[in-house]
Each structure stands twice: as structure tokens, then as C-alpha cells.
Design a protein around this ligand. Structure first.
Ligand code: MV4
Length: 449
């Protein structure tokens, strides 16, 4: 096992990784920008190295500085966390070339899944159902029009270098397709440095359901059940739950089997998430994330498995500590993402935390690097805390979540806690009958009063 790990991240996820290391008796190295000198991940780590100025491109994305920090501290492995360098195949390769272990999948699998056309082709080869669409990228209107006719309108134009919803366009007919295709190609080139775009049938009211995978690269693959991530606005998830209130046992088993069989065939190693759209009882693969995800704690809550610990064990060459039969999913878990934002306009609200009180009790977990007196810097993602609640049933979980949201006090900045307090009392949320568009309407209604 590693003796020392460098955590190439900040905020709550750096703290999450530090905790797994501590629980395993592994020393930690924090890296930080000048804006994060007083951050909790820096205070708790055994050692810390300043790697640059506040702008992420000069610090948390500064590969030479991170590799130098690993060298001077004698770290053996690097955990990239999420965001930043976590899905950068070149970084993963460079970490290994410098003699460190990258805690994550192989650079080849990261690269494959980062290219959405390639990822979809791989999914099809591996027997995963995908959204009906063009056979690969479409280079011109002449190529796209017959493909769209075959798939059926409306079609969604997606960027192969995209993902997470950036740069998508809906075309309702041939005229719109002709008009939007060159725009989509230009935007894709400008945003992702790759003008390749592809077509998919546009699903109107799907849910967004993803499945958590752990694989050791030696043929052992397990899943920890699905997460329902349909409650989002502007492609930012607000609240996630596991299991999905929309799936029955047969659908859940089918999804688990398809995903684990595919990852075994692929020879995947590490933690990963397969994302699906779910509509009218059918799953359609859209993307795979080759990293730890923000919402991983709800899968930990229902499975009792420490996903970060398994990531570290797998990277150290150990066999997966569990077989699928050992995984007993139990109860229901919900995560509320608490952002330093105005709960109505979503304008960022950085600043000093002058008062802080956290909820507690059975089934309540908080992943946050906040503390009283801390100043939330304006330079990074606005996620400042995750409240994760577990209960024996969805109703018990909801009762406990309402109670925990009442107890949580953060003074000095605005947060999305008031929005969560309203959301957990909304009828459509309580009965679980929401799709990926529901929250935009709910927030709009809330804004009008
Ligand atoms: C779609 C879709 C409808 N049909 N693909 C957005 C994020 C990216 N990962 C894929 N996305 C979508 N792909 C087809 N064929 C609708 C979305 C989508 C969405 C998906 C998941 C969660 C929220 C979403 C919000 C708007 C659109």
C-alpha cells in the first residue's frame, strides 16, 4: 500500500480523499493556490505545497507544479479528485511517466470516454443500449440529412469533444438541421478544439440515471446501484438520490448486469460512472465519466462501501475487496448540493463565514471544507457543502433531510439551503415523478413567488 498520496484538488473533495487516506494510515500531501493557503484541506494534510496563484490554470491545472510537489514531498501516488485534471488523459500518462501512480483509470480509457463519438461506439460494441443516432460523426449537411431522416426528428446535435450538456442543439426538421449544423461545428471547434459533431434522437422527457462502477482491471467488476440525477438546472445538479424512485427491481438488475458485463469486457480499472437517459422503461447510454463524482456519497450510504478507499486499493494493485454478492444495497440516500450562491438568481456569493452550525444525528453526513472564519474565495466552483442523508425508506430519508436542512446554519454568505428547504416539500419531488426539465420549471415558479 502507498505510504503517501498527493491530492491534486481542493475543497470538500480534497478533504474527502484526505479522510480515506487517514482511515487507511496513508500520509497526505495537499497542494493549494495562494487563495487557499487557509483552506481546511491544507490544514489537515500532513504536508502542503503552494503550486501557484488563484487562477486554476496557474495552480490546480499546473501540471509541472503538481509533479514537482509530488517529487519534493516523496509522494508515491496522485489522486486527481474531480474536475480539474481528473479526466485529462495526458495528465494521467504524465503522472505515470514520472514514476508516480495515477489513482484512476488508464489514460487509454480516459481518452476513449472523453471522445463522445468513440465512447458511444465502444458502448455499442460492449452491448450497452445507446440513443438511436448517426453512425459516428456527421461532417456535412449532405451526410447529416439522411442520418436524421433515419433516426427521426427532432434530433439533437452533440459535440464529440463536449459532454455535460455544453454545445447541444435541437433540430426539428431538415431546414433547422442545415442551419444549426455549421453553428454547432463552429462552436464545438471553439469550445473543445474539435469540430466533430454527431446526431441523436432527442428524447423529450427522460430521467438522468447513472450507475456507479468499481473495477480492478483483473476481471472483478461490481456496481453500487444507480443514482437519479434528474434534478438539475443549467446542467448543474442540485440534488441526487439513490436508488432512483423511477426504477423497478427488474430494470435495476438489468442496468447493473449490462453495465458490469460491459466494463468487464472493456477491462476497465478504477471507479467509473455510466450515464443513461431513461424514458418509457428503456435505458439509453449517453456518456461515461472516468472519475470519482460529486454525488458518490449516496452510493456509499446505500452500499456501506468507501469508494475512495477502493480507488486507492485498486491503484495500489490490490484486488477489489467485494464481489457483487457482497454488495447489499439498503435504504435510501439523498444528497443536497449546497452552493455559495443566491438561492433565487444563482449569482455567486463568496465571502467570509461568520457563523456555522452543522446538523448531525443518525444517517446524516456532511462533506464540506467550511469552518467559521473561513473565506470562500471567488475563484472556484461554488459548491461548498454536501448534505447526505440516509434512511431505511425514502420517506424516512425525506423526514430526516427536512430536519437536517432546518438545523444547517451558514452565516455570512448566501447559500442554496433555502431552495433545498422548498424543494423537499414540493409535491412532485415527494412523489418522485420528476424528469430532467422539472427543476427549471420549479425554480422559475419559485422566482415568480
Ligand atoms: C440528451 C437529451 C435528450 N436526448 N440526449 C445533457 C447533458 C449531457 N450529458 C446529455 N444531455 C442530454 N442529452 C438525447 N438524445 C437531453 C439531455 C439533457 C440532460 C441530460 C441529463 C440531465 C439534464 C439534462 C438537461 C437538459 C438536456
Amino acid at each position: 500500500m502507498f505510504e503517501k498520496i498527493l491530492i491534486a484538488n481542493r475543497g470538500e473533495i480534497a478533504l474527502r480523499i484526505h479522510r480515506a487516506c487517514r482511515d487507511m494510515g496513508i500520509k497526505t500531501v495537499a497542494v493549494h493556490s495562494t487563495a487557499d493557503a487557509n483552506a481546511m484541506h491544507v490544514r489537515l494534510a500532513d504536508e502542503s505545497v503552494c503550486i501557484g496563484p488563484p487562477a486554476a490554470r496557474d495552480s490546480y491545472l499546473n501540471v509541472p507544479a503538481i509533479l514537482s510537489a509530488a517529487t519534493i514531498t516523496g509522494a508515491e501516488a496522485i489522486h486527481p479528485g474531480l474536475g480539474f485534471l481528473s479526466e485529462n488523459a495526458n495528465f494521467a500518462a504524465m503522472v505515470e511517466e514520472h514514476g508516480f501512480t495515477f489513482i484512476g483509470p488508464t489514460p487509454e480509457h480516459i481518452r476513449m470516454m472523453g471522445d463522445k463519438v468513440e465512447a458511444k461506439a465502444a458502448a455499442e460494441r460492449l452491448g450497452i443500449p445507446t440513443v438511436p443516432g448517426s453512425a459516428g460523426a456527421v461532417a456535412s449537411a449532405e451526410a447529416a440529412i439522411p442520418e436524421a431522416a433515419r433516426v427521426g426528428y427532432p434530433v439533437l446535435i452533440k459535440a464529440s469533444g463536449g459532454g455535460g450538456g455544453r454545445g447541444m442543439k435541437v433540430a426539428h426538421d431538415e431546414r433547422e438541421l442545415r442551419q444549426l449544423l455549421p453553428l454547432a461545428q463552429n462552436e464545438a471547434k471553439a469550445y473543445f478544439g474539435n469540430d466533430a459533431v454527431y446526431l441523436e434522437r432527442y428524447l423529450q422527457r427522460p430521467r438522468h440515471i447513472e450507475i456507479q462502477i468499481l473495477a480492478d482491471g483483473r476481471g472483478n467488476v461490481i456496481h453500487l446501484g444507480e443514482r437519479d440525477c434528474s434534478l438539475q438546472r443549467s446542467h448543474q445538479k442540485l440534488l441526487e438520490e439513490a436508488p432512483s424512485p423511477a426504477l423497478n427491481a427488474e430494470q435495476r438488475d438489468r442496468l447493473g448486469k449490462v453495465a458490469t458485463d460491459a466494463m468487464r469486457k472493456l477491462g476497465y480499472r478504477g471507479a467509473g460512472t455510466l450515464e443513461f437517459l431513461f424514458e418509457d422503461g428503456e435505458f439509453f447510454f449517453i456518456e461515461m465519466n472516468t472519475r470519482l463524482q460529486v454525488e458518490h456519497p449516496i452510493s456509499e450510504a446505500i452500499s456501506g462501501i468507501d469508494i475512495v478507499r477502493e480507488q486507492i486499493r485498486i491503484a495500489a494493485g490490490a484486488e477489489l475487496g467485494y464481489r457483487q454478492d457482497d454488495v447489499a444495497l439498503s435504504g435510501h440516500a439523498i444528497e443536497c448540493r449546497i452552493n455559495a450562491e443566491n438561492p433565487e438568481t444563482f449569482a455567486p456569493s463568496p465571502g467570509r463565514i461568520t457563523g456555522y452550525h452543522t446538523p448531525g444525528g443518525l444517517g446524516v453526513r456532511i462533506d464540506s471544507a467550511l469552518y467559521q472564519g473561513y473565506t470562500v474565495p471567488p475563484n472556484y466552483d461554488s459548491l461548498v457543502a454536501k448534505l447526505i442523508v440516509h434512511g431505511a425508506t425514502r420517506n424516512e430519508c425525506l423526514m430526516r433531510l427536512r430536519r437536517a436542512l432546518e438545523e444547517y446554519v451558514i452565516v455570512g454568505i448566501e447559500t442554496t439551503i433555502p431552495l433545498h428547504q422548498r424543494l423537499v416539500r414540493a409535491a412532485d419531488f415527494i412523489d418522485g415523478s420528476y424528469d430532467i426539465h422539472w427543476l427549471e420549471r420549479f425554480v422559475g415558479r419559485e422566482q415568480q413567488g
